[in-house]
Design a protein around this ligand. Structure first.
Ligand code: SF4
Length: 436
């Protein structure tokens, strides 16, 4: 099998990384990527199961691929990722034009099968492998400036609303040497910033390394300018990790730390393994150790059993911390999660109302924090020309704020430039670059 492959990716950055892994495998064997599904020999849909809506969208996309098969019966269609793991053999029952259903631990087998004769019946590969880290396989780079690299797979937590442990399996960390090698390769190809990925990225651990020692190792890589990571779990933020962040100058002063709720009763019901008090302690320590650290978070409202008092605890925590921004979700029961059997205790309207009140509160804080940046001089990593004005560039501060700066001699993708923050327009800052 030579020819072309088309890859559609749903979901999180870890799915994007997995798609880049598969792209790397197929291109190593001579296949070429195409953005046109109609000209591909192999169509791959990398799916997400985090919410029902994500699965519905993937199903619709796969169903729409049926006509490619009618037009060219030799086309092969693969459904991979979390929804493949979650639904397995049920998928070809409804989508009978699918040839392969492959879970996140079985991409090596997918690669092998694509270069063999098409299976007579759909191949279902969803056996989980607690040791599979795809070490030795080089993922394609996803941008010339920033590169996302998965350092661990799976999750050992059991948050009661979450399907991830079911579809991604147990936690396993890659060897630090293979991560260092991958980052060095990315830097040699011009990448300036790496973002380390994991479901609970700061629980990274191998025999010889933990998250702190890994950060210190990556911090020594010449040519690398910035290190980011997502998503850490509050349970694994110890002083050792925070000190390593503070003492590694390439680690950005931004932490995305999901809190989910401000109520201890809800945190217990969600099985988050920390309390409101411990979370606030971590916030204080991060702010004490890392100057101007930007904090963002994830919040779920309307979880089963959430009282008005619980909800108000979430609002008061949001006010107390003053997050720069937050991903805010209404609870969505997921079949296959521990909380699913409990159903719901709030109506859709009640959930919507709570969600809107939270969004309004957080938006006010976000704008206030952005306004407070005026006058500050920040280092900006330029990512791209502004889509609105070709004479402007857009980039990010270390604390993860988007900034637009006018074009200037020497500015380009990957440039690191000092800029004075002038104003805010919407949720984007405007600055002027300070040319030394
Ligand atoms: S830590 Fe909790 S929310 Fe995050 S992936 Fe694991 S189970 Fe899901």
């Amino acid at each position: 099998m030579s020819g072309k492959y088309f890859l559609a990716t749903f979901g999180c950055q870890m799915n994007v990384y997995d798609s880049n892994l598969i792209g790397g495998m197929l291109e190593k064997k001579g296949m070429q990527a195409t953005g046109e599904a109609g000209e591909a020999d192999v169509l791959i849909v990398n799916t997400c199961s985090i919410r029902g809506g994500a699965e519905d969208r993937a199903y619709a996309r796969i169903a729409a691929m049926r006509h490619y098969k009618r037009r060219n019966p030799d086309v092969r269609i693969a459904v991979i990722g979390c929804m493949a793991q979650n639904h397995g053999e049920k998928i070809p029952v409804e989508l009978d034009h699918v040839d392969y259903v492959v879970g996140p631990d079985n991409y090596r087998e997918l690669e092998e099968m694509i270069f063999k004769d098409r299976p007579k019946t759909p191949a279902i590969l969803t056996e989980q492998n607690a040791f599979e880290n795809y070490d030795g396989i080089m993922a394609k780079l996803d941008s010339a400036v920033t590169c996302h690299i998965t350092i661990m797979r799976g999750c050992n937590k059991r948050c009661t609303y979450c399907i991830v442990p079911t579809v991604r399996g147990v936690e396993r960390s890659r060897e630090a040497s293979s991560i260092v090698e991958e980052v060095e390769r990315a830097v040699s190809e011009g990448v300036k910033e790496v973002c380390l990925l994991g479901q609970t990225v700061n629980s990274y651990r191998t025999e010889g390394d933990d998250f702190a020692s890994l950060l210190r190792k990556l911090n020594r890589i010449d040519g690398l300018k910035r290190i980011r990571f997502t998503s850490p779990h509050p349970r694994h933020f110890d002083s050792n990790a925070i000190r390593a962040m503070a003492e590694s100058e390439k680690v950005c002063n931004h932490v995305h730390i999901p809190v989910q709720s401000g109520s201890n009763a809800m945190l217990k019901k969600m099985r988050r393994q920390y309390t409101r008090e411990r979370f606030l302690e971590i916030v204080r320590e991060l702010r004490a150790e890392i100057p101007n650290v930007g904090l963002t978070t994830d919040i779920i409202t309307g979880f089963v059993g959430e009282s008005e008092a619980d909800y108000l605890e979430t609002l008061s925590l949001v006010e107390e911390v003053g997050f720069d921004s937050a991903f805010m979700f209404q609870y969505s029961p997921r079949e296959g999660t521990p909380a699913f059997a409990e159903g719901e205790t709030l109506t859709a309207a009640e959930k919507q109302e709570r969600h809107e009140r939270l969004v309004q509160l957080q938006m006010g804080i976000t704008e206030r924090n952005l306004d407070a940046m005026a006058g500050r001089v920040e280092e900006i990593l330029i990512e791209n020309r502004s889509s609105r004005d070709r004479n402007e560039w857009i980039g990010k501060t270390g604390c993860c704020k988007k900034v637009i700066v006018p074009d200037a001699p020497g500015l380009g993708k990957g440039s690191l430039v000092s800029a004075r923050i002038l104003t805010r327009s919407g949720l984007v800052l405007r600055g002027e670059s300070i040319i030394a």
